[in-house]
Ligand binder design. Structure first.
Ligand SMILES: *[C@@H]1O[C@H](CO)[C@@H](O)[C@H](O)[C@H]1NC(C)=O
Ligand SMILES: *[C@@H]1O[C@H](CO)[C@@H](O)[C@H](O)[C@H]1NC(C)=O
Ligand SMILES: O=C(O)CCC(=O)C(=O)O
Ligand SMILES: [Mn+2]
Length: 345
């Protein structure tokens, strides 16, 4: 473990030494009412930061209203993994076995905690879910014929955040949701499969914290390390849109409590007209809270095509046979892997 931290110390630049500056948001592009509907504070109250040497990178520390992160967490665990969306378990299991991950896991999750070596519930075996244009991990492509409707609540949230960052007209067309536990990591990569790179990539973090490494245009360049905590939003645009990045570690939240305090807050008693935020039942939240005690969820939202752009005609690729390379993007350290139950079992 100490080796890991020494590794970061020597090979990464820390934001402490690098210059962080306040970055301007466009306050007039999102009405306070639309911010409230998305579960966000008015944009005038957000803080946003840039990093010297990384133009187009914007970091927004948790701009969510009290209680509102819970909605997105519940959607990521209960709703978004449902068909017709696609998840990693679909690659190994029959469709009827992955139809209701939530229903099949709630009892096991509620009971969890007495012994460390209980088998993981299906929900805990979830690694990724794709939305909209479904990313094909094997061909590293999106395609016209592998598309399902993008969730409207998440599209609305994404449009508001993009507009605040100066990207009015952003369309949420593809989403990759990543589910991490304390033993997971995400290897170094660039998100370049989208056909248009002039729109930003939005990334939302919930639950436990992580170290995020932001590298350069070349794989060899030393990265800058930073923490991502629950509610934080990261935007990669312009020069920073195609930078290498990775998530080497998931860490307990800095308050040292089971859940960060921003997830303990309740929703205000009245929600605005047209709110996309739904009140979750206490019962549902108990399951989400249990899950998040050792997990982090990241939602990444992308616009794939420019306005009016179409996918090029393709010859003979289809969405099958993706299983092989799935693990190469989303890894677990080898020690954890040996203890991990087979997802088919
Ligand atoms: C901010 O947004 C408004 C409304 O969309 C737009 O008219 C204006 O040009 C934007 N300002 C900047 C500095 O981008
Ligand atoms: C969140 O997940 C997306 C998609 O897998 C990834 O591109 C992004 O870098 C992640 N963001 C953070 C802050 O971990
Ligand atoms: O989990 C994260 O914060 C990053 C995820 C990511 O880089 C990706 O999904 O492409
Ligand atoms: Mn990425």
């Amino acid at each position: 473990m100490h080796f890991v931290y020494l590794f970061f110390f020597f090979l990464t630049r820390s934001v402490f030494f690098c210059q962080v500056f306040r970055s301007q948001l466009n306050i007039s592009s999102v009405s306070d009412q639309d911010a409230y509907r998305a579960g966000l504070q008015p944009v005038s109250q957000w803080k946003a930061y840039g990093l010297n040497g990384y133009p187009g990178f914007i970091f927004i520390p948790n701009p969510f209203l009290p209680g509102c992160q819970r909605h997105w967490v519940k959607q990521c665990l209960k709703l978004y993994p449902q068909k017709p969306n696609v998840c990693n378990l679909d690659l190994h299991m029959a469709p009827e076995k992955t139809a209701d991950l939530w229903g099949q896991s709630t009892e096991q999750l509620r009971r969890k905690g007495s012994s460390k070596w209980e088998p993981r519930s299906l929900l805990e075996k979830l690694r990724w879910v794709t939305l909209g244009y479904h990313y094909n991990w094997d061909t590293k492509k999106y395609s016209a014929n592998h598309h399902t409707p993008f969730p409207s609540d998440l599209a609305f949230l994404s449009e508001q955040v993009a507009a605040a960052c100066g990207f009015r007209g952003f369309q949420a067309q593809a989403g990759i949701l990543n589910y991490y536990h304390f033993d997971s990591s995400l290897g170094i990569h660039v998100d370049e499969s989208e056909l248009d790179h002039s729109w930003p990539l939005l990334s939302f973090s919930f639950g436990q914290s992580s170290i995020f490494l932001l590298g350069g245009l070349k794989r060899e360049e030393a990265p800058t390390a930073m923490f991502m905590h629950s509610g934080d939003i990261m935007v990669m645009s312009g020069f920073s849109r195609l930078l290498y990045h990775a998530v080497p570690r998931v860490l307990p939240n800095p308050e040292g409590t089971a859940l960060p305090s921003c997830l303990d807050q309740a929703l205000p008693s009245d929600l605005p007209v047209g709110s996309v935020i739904e009140r979750s039942s206490d019962e549902d939240w108990q399951v989400c809270a249990k899950y998040l005690q050792s997990s982090r969820i990241n939602m990444t939202i992308r616009q794939v095509l420019a306005e009016g752009q179409k996918f090029p005609e393709e010859s003979g690729t289809n969405g099958k046979g993706q299983a092989a390379s799935e693990e190469s993007h989303h890894q677990e350290n080898s020690r954890a892997k040996r203890h991990k139950p087979n997802p088919d079992s």
